[in-house]
Design a protein around this ligand. Structure first.
Ligand code: EPZ
Length: 428
């Protein structure tokens, strides 16, 4: 397995372009199962997770081709409705094929994803939603079988206990052909769902309520193949914003949607970071500080919340930043029950963090007191947190198990090296 080696202390300067959003690409790729034909998706990031989803579509009978960031997918002749355990266990977002398969063929058999590093992550809300549309669910040998009764789905009203992102996406996709009207209440409002709705409408679906917590879908007879573009990755964007704040310097982050990061932008400004907002770019700058090319960072509290609140997918990265600040920050994780796996690794680098249930108190040690170390990535966003800490720490940091990082960040090593970071991949 490869590792990343970083020699910290280099400020970041220059321009970096964002890739397409992993958490939009996954549902939009799954949505191609809804209609036969040749679909074209642009700005699809080339990641471990998108490669896994494309492999899953292949197993189901689809054929795909990638030219640069454009992927064409032919889904006319699906051969099975079963997503195997070997694949689902590597990526829980595989459950996103449930909705389209049930909508298209009335049946789906998908291995239950099981938990992951950050939590149990059940899919009960997904399955309850399908049942509201007239399906029967059975659990057999670790697989969930979902079958439409009476030969097809009927519209219904679904109340989600929590605004589940992939749950909203799965139920939305299942409902596009359901007879009559479907209403999804307490729906998630993440921008990736809006991207999916745009794609489904371009295929002929009838959906109202985009970007709100109440979606209304009127079933249609058929859909045609899609031509859609994946939105920029707001979590990648936020990760680079935080990296500049941690390492210091001045960077223009392009091909992003600043409006998708309202919470983080406000928090970084309160930390003392200068942020210039463009149409599709951010300029992030740490004002010179006593001749140092980084700013003194103020500690700022954060609570993770569903969109448009502070994204849980940026919590680990922000925590790394707070280890460098000049006070104490309380970070409260409300979405997942075990999303502090990065804390122990940050402590190996000299961070002072105390966990109490779903909260962590981060006492900033100030720059220069975070020291490089050998650390281990445990999950996707924890990996990004360790990279950020390594950029700011003095000395060398080695991060092992970087396959976690490659699930969700396209060319991160090259992008950071292009900004002046001393970072490279080393075969272990
Ligand atoms: C999506 O996961 C994202 N993944 C996650 O990003 C992100 O952290 C999460 O939303 C929250 O924003 C994709 O979009 C592929 P949820 P998802 O259902 O949909 C509980 C990353 O790093 N819940 O919104 O799985 C659940 O346990 C990944 O890119 C149930 O109890 O998250 C959690 O506590 C990590 N039952 C809460 O709801 C259900 O049926 C929110 O989870 C579904 C969810």
């Amino acid at each position: 397995m490869d590792k990343i080696v970083i020699h910290g202390g280099q400020p970041l300067y220059g321009k970096v372009s964002m890739s397409g959003a992993k958490n939009a690409a996954l549902p939009l790729l799954a949505a191609t199962l809804l209609a036969p034909g040749l679909h074209t998706l642009s700005n699809v990031p080339d990641l471990r997770d998108t490669r896994t989803m494309l492999r899953l579509l292949e197993i189901l009978g689809a054929h795909w081709q990638r030219t640069g960031s454009t992927v064409t997918i032919e889904t006319s002749n699906l051969t099975t409705a079963e997503a195997p355990y070997e694949l689902v266990k590597t990526m829980r977002a595989s459950v996103l094929v449930l909705g389209p398969l049930i909508a298209r063929s009335g049946f789906a058999r998908v291995s239950l994803p099981g938990g992951c590093a950050i939590g149990a992550r059940p899919i009960n809300y997904h399955l309850n939603g399908f049942e509201q549309l007239g399906t029967v669910t059975e659990l057999k040998q670790g697989y969930v079988e979902v079958r439409a009764e009476n030969g097809g789905l009927e519209g219904g009203t679904i109340y989600l206990d929590k605004p589940t992102v992939t749950g909203t996406e799965n139920i939305l996709m299942a409902s596009v052909y359901a007879k009559g009207k479907t209403v999804i209440k307490n729906a998630a409002r993440e921008p990736e769902i809006g991207n999916l709705i745009d794609m489904l409408e371009s295929m002929g679906a009838n959906i109202q309520g985009k970007d709100t917590d109440c979606l209304t879908i009127h079933g249609v007879e058929s859909l045609h193949a899609a031509t859609a573009t994946i939105i920029p990755d707001r979590i990648e964007t936020g990760t680079y914003m935080i990296a500049v704040a941690a390492a210091g310097g001045e960077v223009e982050i392009t091909d992003c949607i600043p409006g998708h990061l309202p919470a983080l932008t406000g928090k970084l400004e309160r930390c003392g970071v200068d942020i210039e907002v463009g149409n599709n770019s951010f300029k992030v700058c740490c004002p010179e500080n006593n001749g140092q090319n980084h700013c003194r960072l103020r500690s700022v509290d954060v609570t993770t919340l569903p969109y448009p609140g502070f994204a849980t997918d940026l919590q680990a990265q922000f925590m790394a930043l707070m280890t460098l600040a000049t006070g104490a920050a309380v970070i409260h994780e409300t979405i997942f029950e075990n999303r502090f796996m990065h804390v122990a690794e940050l402590e190996r680098m000299g961070a002072d963090i105390k966990i109490d249930g779903g909260s962590a108190v981060v006492r900033g040690v100030g720059r220069g007191f975070l020291s490089g170390a050998q650390v281990m990535a445990t999950d996707l966003r924890a990996s990004a947190s360790l990279v950020i800490a390594g950029l700011a720490a003095s000395g060398m940091t080695e991060i092992s198990r970087i396959y976690h990082l490659e699930r969700g960040y396209e060319n991160m090593i090259e992008k950071l090296a292009g900004l002046g970071a001393n970072i490279r991949r080393v075969r272990e």
